[in-house]
Design a protein around this ligand. Structure first.
Ligand code: ME8
Length: 509
């Protein structure tokens, strides 16, 4: 039976336009989705938009629009961003979808009926941008640590979820699943939060209209975070992920996110799932922030880098590559225009682009444009090196070390370039007695490059297919499987094509 693999991004708020931070998580999730398809697994990749709540209502008001109209427009922009970064998501969920609304109400009713919800009068300091209450000690001079805006004193009657009930079960789960939250620093953070004691949380809002009505009390709407978290389940029911009840894709393999929303996913979400009787997701993977000039980019701060402009200039694969290559996946890191340009030139134009150009050109010149037969002999030297790296790339991907996997792939690229220098095919070509050696070098280069292209496929899908085409290889989905990334699979005799530089060098001023 084929293994199922379910990966999600957070559903993004539609209170403002998408930025590179959203693109980043979507690209990372896409890489995992594509990689697991290459492993032959049945993949469901979900992304979408979080459309209820105060900040969205306010954003709509500022534009003089109804919230739904505003959400419709913004959701299109997030869909366009997913398409722009070449995301292969299987569904795009919007929380204003009536099917999601109905499913959330059903879950809320269940929690209510089984006694997990009660009514209580509540006052506290509330950050409207986070949609979360803060303890005074966690604010900085009365301001939200994340948004820098003042928290407001809010007092209302709310429905509460008995989160405290689930503390012990959560601790037990963490104890038995040390890889529930990755990387480990985030696991420890979540665990220490739970160990510190959990209080029941307010899961409805009375003053707010833009939300999903509480089914038994039309004067309240569902707290936007409960509405949002449930998307990971509701989307499976109507998004093609396996149908009503006990979907075949649940539990999720990976929920991807940045650390800003760790607590919601690491504490509230598993407790809700326990209450509703669902298994917990296998892993939360918490990546770092992309920073510009040392600040986390956020819509509220306004210091954003526009992925559209970068993709226009560098192409989508260069952008995907840069995001994962520049910033170690799981850590914070700075991205910049200069950083893009320098990596583009050194690693894409020079390392990879040149390797493709010279391999194809040499097969053209020295072998009449056809890939020579596989040389006799065993897997020492270059084949052995490549095979070892393939193993390491697979291992890195298994532990979601996306940056480490790319580094390994680049080690292959560099090894192949070195092989060109060391074996000097141009000199072999001058010596009629060394035709066999020359053919072996050309075969090895083409085969190494083919394997690189397969390993690169999840990161740079278009580039991967383009390299394979230039090598005259087949590029149906079934030809792109990871199983094919084994030394010796090269289609020989295949006609190569030279189509100019893959990544034209940029003149950097
Ligand atoms: O939090 N670097 O939506 P959101 C890296 N609707 N990733 C970044 C980033 C940055 N500078 N900025 C944003 C919400 N992200 C909720 C989620 S899920 C049930 C509800 C990414 O639009 C990162 O994945 O604020 C972060 O967690 C997410 O966008 C926050 O998106």
């Amino acid at each position: 039976m084929r293994k199922n693999f379910y990966v999600t991004t957070p559903i993004y708020y539609v209170n403002d336009v998408p930025h590179i931070g959203h693109a980043y998580t979507t690209i990372a999730a896409d890489i995992l989705a594509r990689y697991h398809r290459q492993l032959g697994e049945d993949v469901f990749f979900l992304t979408g938009t979080d459309e209820h709540g105060n900040p969205v209502a306010r954003a709509a008001e500022r534009r003089g629009l109804e919230p739904q109209q505003h959400a419709d427009e913004m959701a299109e922009k997030f869909k366009a961003l997913a398409a722009l970064v070449d995301a292969s998501n299987d569904f795009f969920i919007r929380t204003t979808d009536p099917r999601h609304v109905a499913a959330v109400q059903k879950f809320m009713q269940q929690l209510h009926d089984q006694g997990d919800i009660y009514l209580k009068s509540y006052g506290g300091l509330y950050c409207a941008a986070c949609e979360a209450f803060y303890a005074k000690k966690d604010l900085i001079g009365g301001r939200c640590p994340d948004h820098g805006t003042f928290a407001e004193e809010v007092e209302e009657e709310n429905y509460f979820f008995r989160l405290s009930r689930y503390q012990e079960r959560l601790l037990e789960h963490y104890h038995h699943h040390p890889d529930f939250v990755l990387p480990t620093t985030r696991f420890n953070e979540a665990l220490s939060f739970i160990s510190g004691g959990l209080e029941d949380i307010s899961i409805s809002r009375a003053a707010l209209k833009w939300g999903i009505p509480i089914p038994w009390d039309e004067n309240q709407v569902v707290y936007v975070w409960v509405d949002a978290l449930l998307n990971y389940l509701t989307a499976l029911e109507f998004g093609g992920g396996g149908g009503e009840g006990g979907s075949r894709f649940w539990p999720a393999d990976y929920h991807l996110m940045a650390k800003d929303i760790l607590k919601f996913h690491a504490v509230i979400w598993p407790a809700l799932l326990m209450a509703l009787g669902y298994d917990l997701p296998r892993h939360l993977f918490v990546h770092g922030y992309l920073l510009m000039g040392g600040h986390k980019m956020s819509k509220t701060r306004g210091n954003v880098l526009d992925p559209v402009a970068i993709i226009d200039r560098f192409g989508v694969d260069a952008f995907r590559f840069y995001c994962l290559r520049e910033v170690a996946f799981g850590q914070d890191g700075i991205v910049s225009q200069e950083g893009f340009e320098s990596r583009y030139n050194s690693e894409l134009a020079n390392d990879l682009g040149n390797l493709v150009s010279r391999t194809v050109a040499m097969i053209g010149r020295y072998s009449g444009g056809a890939i020579p037969e596989r040389p006799a002999g065993e897997l020492e030297g270059l084949p052995g090196i490549v095979t070892a790296h393939v193993h390491d790339v697979r291992e890195a991907m298994r532990i979601v070390d996306l940056t480490g996997a790319l580094e390994r792939i680049w080690q292959i690229v560099r090894a192949l370039n070195r092989h060109v220098e060391e074996s000097a095919p141009w000199a072999l070509a001058k010596d009629g007695s060394r035709g066999g050696e020359l053919a072996a070098v050309l075969y090895n280069l083409a085969e190494g490059l083919r394997i690189c292209a397969l390993l690169l496929h999840s990161f740079m899908p278009g580039t991967s297919v383009e390299i394979l085409r230039r090598l005259g290889q087949r590029t149906e989905a079934s030809d792109l499987s990871l199983e094919a990334a084994e030394w010796g699979g090269l289609l020989t005799g295949a006609g190569i094509t030279d189509r100019g530089p893959l990544f034209p060098r940029l003149a950097i001023s």
